[in-house]
Design a protein around this ligand. Structure first.
Ligand code: HEM
Length: 413
């Protein structure tokens, strides 16, 4: 259970439609309140929550509208998670996901070349080789933790390559990512302090890597790209750290939880798993479907910079809005009455909002799809199936939506 400094005075004070409560995700019972919100109040003002008052936006159309109007709904004014940055208690770490135009544009352009189709083609043989190695080391018919042995290992290796990070230290990336991505950890001053210390440790480590690349020929890794760019080469230490954390969390927790969702999700729907096993050509669509079904980041936040109308609701300047991708991806009017299920050949799986929409749409989406796709392909080549042998442990948070552990066993089909 997450700690909270502002626990409501009485149970009556809990709003059953406050979908920011961490236990909903820990216990996997977020579906029902979101179904109600979509049906009854797709733009709903939640007055009382641990994060203060906020608007819950839970259907597809208003989320797309908000993300198409970045001047009205700012990523910078209040950041991208429901938790507010407290100026006196926090050090502000600027990162371009939480910047508005024009600064956002320049910084995004700097890292975008790391994710072009030609870069993906260049990286794919390497990703395939590493995936194969990991799978070939797994026991068949014997229990292990899928999250640790497959999801974390694959995504951490990928990040180490993207940053040209010392191989033997790569689990530090996982550690920092876990601390950075868990917004429950900002709820007490002690945890805030501990988190900040880890973030600075991360910054110091990367500063060292940066210093070693200064004055050297450009190499195809993200640190070298930042050093040789106009938009990012003069970042101060906070901005440098902020953007590093963005890339570490962005690339780590999300793809990791898609890989875990593949194992857990297909185990829930054996008929769909059989369909996929019989027809590996469905893999690209199944990847989108798994990312839709899981929604590895449950929400992003926006803050209104002026008064606005949204589906008949009056939004005031300064209001915060949670864009619940996790709910929009279950929107019956877009994905039909079976939106809660995985359907590996769902015709419009690619319309999901797990990567967001508009100018901030995930810059690493292609890489995430490539990694998950290769995992599925290599599993299919070996005719390997994941059988889940117990309940997963889930992350108790309303931002990163995923799994801490997943007991599993492999069999051949
Ligand atoms: C932005 C999700 C993988 C790096 C985002 C956003 C979402 C998201 C929801 C914000 C969109 C918005 O505000 O409209 C995901 C999911 C992933 C994934 C679900 C995996 C399945 C990755 C990877 C990387 C990455 C592999 C890099 C290694 C970023 C960055 C941004 C971003 C840098 C900021 C883009 C901007 O502000 O312009 N991602 N992401 N993500 N993601 Fe991802």
């Amino acid at each position: 259970m997450a700690t909270s400094v502002d626990a409501p005075a009485s149970p009556a004070a809990v709003d059953p439609l406050d979908v920011s409560r961490p236990e909903l995700y820990r216990d996997d019972c977020w579906q029902e309140p979101f179904a109600r919100l979509r049906a009854e109040a797709p733009v709903y003002r939640c007055e009382h929550s641990d994060f203060g008052p906020y608007w819950s936006v839970s259907t597809y159309r208003p989320i797309v509208e908000i993300e198409s109007l970045p001047d009205i709904y700012s990523s910078e004014a209040g950041g991208i998670v429901l938790a507010d940055v407290e100026p006196e208690a926090d050090v502000k770490l600027p990162m371009f996901i939480a910047m508005d135009r024009p600064k956002h544009t320049g910084q995004r352009r700097t890292v975008a070349p790391a994710f072009t189709p030609s870069e993906m083609a260049r990286m794919s043989a390497d990703i395939r080789r590493r995936t194969a190695e990991i799978l070939d080391e797994l026991p068949v018919g014997k229990g292990f933790d899928w999250v640790d042995r497959v999801s974390i290992e694959l995504t951490t290796q990928m990040l180490a390559i993207l940053f040209d990070f010392p191989w033997e230290d790569r689990r530090k990336l996982t550690f920092w990512s876990d601390w950075a991505g868990d917004i429950e950890l900002v709820k007490t001053p002690e945890l805030r302090q501990q988190r900040l210390e880890h973030m600075f440790e991360c910054g110091a480590y990367f500063q060292n890597l940066w210093n070693r690349k200064i004055g050297k020929e450009p190499t195809p890794d993200l640190i070298s790209m930042m050093i040789h760019s106009n938009a990012m080469s003069h970042m101060d230490q906070y901005e440098f750290l902020g953007n590093l954390i963005l890339l570490i969390v962005g690339g780590n927790d999300t793809t990791r939880n898609s890989m875990s969702a593949y194992a857990w999700g297909l185990n829930q729907y054996p008929d769909e798993r059989a369909k996929l096993e019989a027809n590996p050509d469905l893999i690209p669509n199944a990847v989108s479907e798994i990312i839709r079904w899981q929604t590895p980041l449950a929400h992003m936040r926006r803050t209104a910079t002026q008064d606005a109308e949204l589906m008949g609701q009056h939004i005031r300047e300064g209001d915060k809005l949670a864009l619940w991708y996790i709910s929009a991806n279950r929107d019956e009017s877009v994905f039909g009455p079976d939106a809660d299920r995985i359907v590996v050949d769902r015709p419009n799986a690619r319309r999901h909002l797990s990567f967001g929409h508009g100018i901030h749409r995930c810059v690493g989406a292609r890489l995430a799809e490539l990694q998950v796709g290769i995992l599925l392909e290599e599993m299919a080549k070996r005719r390997l199936r994941v059988n889940v042998t117990g309940e997963p442990t889930r992350v108790a948070a309303c931002f990163v939506h995923g799994y801490r552990s997943l007991p599993a066993e492999l069999s051949r089909y």
